[in-house]
Design a binder for this molecule. Structure first.
Ligand code: HAM
Length: 433
């Protein structure tokens, strides 16, 4: 037997009715995002690799280990005369900022409130909740007017509202600040000085991180690293007064909204672009991959990528993890119930029945039929399964008389209507005027 082709590891087919359920959740999420004044943006699923190296960070785990690079390379030629490298997007923020700059959003408005829903790609070792293709709902508020702790609070409150929307009941919101880029540098130096004497107690990964990405030592899950980190005093003394006061204001706004959070000085996040606020929403019931969403401020990124100075803040939620954490039962009827199921009795009736089906669909009636025919009983079974509100039956006798029988499934009664009169059929089924 020939070996079958199977789905790539770390990806998943979203089958019906699950796909319909995804669709309905995306619809309610979109309505909530619009309700907060955010507008949808769609960017390509691949970009120049350099975009991610320059934003997510050359030394980040994502760029170092998880980029899915395309074999076919771009048309643009780099300085060495080679075609530029392209990669599937591992996240959305970098692409949104690229688009913000390229489309001169800053000339049109002082605050761009954007959202996206779509697949992201990371070449990670797959496990439960960790996929190579996963989906994010993300939000970015970019522009000079985003420079307010109220904007951070709005973004955090929106992420929590979306988590509720997906039915997640038990979750923790962790909050921290990294301060300005200068503060981050102080923090790095401070950490290096604190950790240097205990370097030998850190895992090999963290010994490496000590040089290239010191902050990641703080969220290493290794037991001995955690012991070392516990001994470091993380008292925000490395932050400027300005950064501390920004953070205090944000916390008091969140308190005013009654939003519960845990202040966690070890929360640093794995993407380089963050400054000031960082946050993460986790759901302990998910096990080792417990982050359902995360975000923060990135006030330097737009400028770093060649745009104007524009502060920004955003987040992304992982949809697969939201579904896992929400435990929302997939509603079987999420796919939509048909208005009508047409039953054609006999091959000679089929052409006219198919014309009726298409005429009804053309008038906005949701309808279906079986082309392979079969007995009345077996077609009726299929009509029942489709949960159609009406069954339209046609045999040779009806065809001769130019009528179709409408069966009202709820009431059980039936009546004949002229085959030609599509509008009457539609109105009798209670669809439209
Ligand atoms: P992130 O923390 O890398 O942030 O990803 C956000 C969420 O995407 C995670 O909390 C998780 O739920 C989901 N996720 C990430 N990787 C995977 C995976 N391999 N499998 C399944 N789910 C995954 C960002 O992506 C930032 N762009 C967020 C942001 C927007 N910050 C500012 N604006």
């Amino acid at each position: 037997m020939k070996k079958g082709i199977s789905i790539p590891r770390g990806t998943a087919d979203i089958l019906p009715p699950e796909a319909a359920w995804w669709h309905s959740m995306e619809t309610v999420a979109r309505a909530m995002l619009n309700g907060y004044g955010y507008h949808e943006i769609r960017t390509p699923m691949f970009e120049e690799t350099e975009l991610f190296a320059r934003s997510v960070g050359q030394t980040s785990d994502i760029v170092q280990k998880q980029m899915l690079n395309l074999v076919a390379q771009g048309d643009r030629i780099d300085e060495q005369g080679d075609p530029v490298a392209l990669s599937l997007r591992p996240e959305g923020t970098a692409s949104i900022v690229r688009s913000y700059i390229e489309n001169s959003f800053d000339r049109q408005e002082k605050l761009s409130k954007l959202f996206y829903i779509g697949p992201m790609f990371r070449g990670e070792r797959p496990q439960k909740g960790r996929l190579r293709q996963f989906h994010q709902i993300g939000v970015e508020a970019i522009g000079p007017e985003s420079a307010s702790p109220y904007q951070d609070a709005e973004v955090i409150a929106l992420s929590v509202a979306l988590v509720h929307l997906f039915g997640v009941k038990e979750f923790t919101l962790k909050l921290n600040t990294l301060g300005t880029p200068q503060d981050k540098e102080h923090f790095g130096n401070y950490l290096r000085a604190q950790l240097q004497p205990r370097l030998g107690d850190l895992c090999l990964d963290c010994q490496n991180r000590f040089e290239r990405n010191i902050f990641r030592v703080l969220d290493c899950k290794n037991k001995s690293c955690r012991e070392v980190v516990k001994s470091v005093s993380l008292d925000y003394s490395y932050l400027s007064g300005e950064s501390r006061s920004y953070f205090e204001t944000l916390k008091s706004i969140l308190d005013g909204l009654g939003l519960k959070y845990i202040q966690d000085p070890c929360l640093v996040r794995g993407l380089d672009y963050y400054t000031h606020t960082v946050f993460e929403i986790s759901c302990p019931a998910l096990g080792s991959q417990d982050a359902i969403g995360a975000g923060g401020r990135y006030n330097q990124l737009v400028e770093q990528l060649g745009g104007p100075q524009a502060d920004a803040v955003g987040f992304a939620l992982g949809m697969e993890r939201l579904f896992l954490a929400g435990g929302a039962e997939i509603k079987q009827d999420a796919d939509g119930i048909l208005d009508a199921f047409i039953i054609a009795l006999g091959d000679s009736v089929l052409p006219r029945a198919f014309q009726l089906l298409q005429a009804l669909r053309g008038k906005g009636v949701s309808a279906d039929m079986r082309f392979s025919g079969g007995s009345l009983k077996s077609q009726m079974r299929q009509a029942d399964k489709s949960k159609a509100g009406h069954v339209l039956m046609m045999g040779e006798d009806e065809l001769k008389r130019g009528v179709v029988t409408i069966k009202y499934m709820k009431e059980g009664r039936q009546e004949e209507v002229s085959l030609e009169d599509i509008d009457t059929i539609r109105i009798k089924m209670g669809i439209g005027e």
